[in-house]
Design a binder for this molecule. Structure first.
Ligand SMILES: [Zn+2]
Length: 59
């Protein structure tokens, strides 16, 4: 069982899922960021970032 963390930003009044910044020359994913306000989980001045962990099973 694995867990996938989804990040959201509520800057527009309702949660928007964040996109992961992709480093093109590398396979690694960067930090997720909000393409509307620019907030990231480590830079969240307005406290709009939330996350939800989704597990790989159905309930
Ligand atoms: Zn935002």
């Amino acid at each position: 069982m694995s867990v996938f963390r989804r990040w959201y930003c509520r800057c527009s009044g309702e949660p928007r899922e964040l996109n992961y910044e992709r480093v093109l020359e590398d396979e690694t994913l960067g930090e997720p960021f909000c393409d509307r306000c620019g907030a990231t989980p480590s830079s969240d001045p307005k406290h709009t970032i939330t996350f939800k962990d989704e597990e790989d099973f159905e309930d």
